[in-house]
Design a protein around this ligand. Sequence first.
Ligand code: FAD
Length: 403
Amino acid sequence: MVEEYHYDLVVVGGGPAGSSAAFAAAKNGIKVALLEKENSIAETVRTSGVTWIENIKEFGIPDNCYNPIKNFSFVSPNNEVTISDSIATAAVLDVRKTYRWLAEEAEKVGADVFVKTNINEVIKNKENDIVGVSGVGPNGKIIFHSKVIIDATGFSSIISKAMGFVTQWERFGAGAEYEAKVENVDPETWWLMVGQEYTPAGYAWIFPLGNNMVRIGVGVGKPESNVDPTQRLKEIIEKKLGPIKKLGKITPIEFHYGLIPNDGLSRKTVFNNLILVGDSAGQANPLVLEGIRYAIKFGRVAGKVTADAIKNKKTDKDALHPYEENWRKAIESKINSAGKVQDRWIGLSDKEWDRELDIIKELKTEEFLDFIKAEFGLSNMLKLAVSHPKLAVRQLFNLVRGR
Ligand SMILES: Cc1cc2nc3c(=O)[nH]c(=O)nc-3n(C[C@H](O)[C@H](O)[C@H](O)COP(=O)(O)OP(=O)(O)OC[C@H]3O[C@@H](n4cnc5c(N)ncnc54)[C@H](O)[C@@H]3O)c2cc1C
């Protein structure tokens, strides 16, 4: 038997973008379905879960969902720098708990959550606009008719691809990590590790979760490098490279693997009856490839704009455009600037990385944090581009100044 449903909004993908869109839309009074292909929300973790406490508070994420971070350590082959803050500003999320909380918030305000629902087709009207989706649910074929569809399927962008609006991301990051129990770790310090031995295009990381748990991972830029991040992760753990040695015995508990787009903000994100949000829209900070806070923030914007459009009985691309206008205004120039720094970083040799860390040492804590978050222009950082006594420092910050 075929199951068939009618909704105002169908959100495909129960990650942070999808749950946040469903939450904001249902809160604003429309009938919403949130569809997730896995057996439960966040069954598979595909992220390291680093984000910022300021954003956690803004979103209302509960305090028991994260481990706070105060110290930011970088190592290159022959250099090391630690930047410390007086209070914790960064956080490593308990990803499952956080993503489930986001979906529960959507349910609480009236969204219907369907798990085990794998969407693989779109339904179009005679104008070729999307008016629904179909796939396989727990009881077989399942069809959803809807006035608006939000594609929150992440990297795969299933809906937008099925509509023929996008093709596979060409430039992306591939990451592999272990969540592991270790003997020794400072729970307030994260480590980023750069240089050829860690990864030829990207960085490796140790992110503490508290209770002697860490996420140890390797990210590799594609197509710049053909190194397999899983293989490289095993090698750096076996060799006990750099700060990995200090962890003592490492007992892996869970393996995570994922892909993140790194093609800049190249996609149109609004079509008739359709919005793309989160990784499907390419909304990630390319410097450290973090997208969770953007997925939640712009997921909520997408949900609110959709609710307004549905109430006004007009859901074409012009009616949904305020969403695209909102997110572009908020992050487009920052992401473009961050992309330029990333282009510089991706080609650095080990010696050049050693020198780059000397530049990072010159930054005050708030300058460093704004830099890594791609919040250029908030602190005095841009002044460094003109007034810093060291040429190398001026050169780095000139990249983010002119856009
Ligand atoms: C290795 C790695 C490390 C990362 N580390 C960080 C980090 O530390 N901090 C940070 O901010 N960001 C990080 N990111 C990026 C971050 O994970 C993403 O930006 C974020 O998850 C995007 O959220 P999303 O909701 O758009 O997509 P996703 O989180 O990918 O969610 C998409 C959801 O859609 C579901 N889905 C897919 N296809 C279908 C379908 N056909 N039918 C139904 N459901 C479907 C999936 O199962 C999934 O639940 C990392 C990414 C990777 C790959």
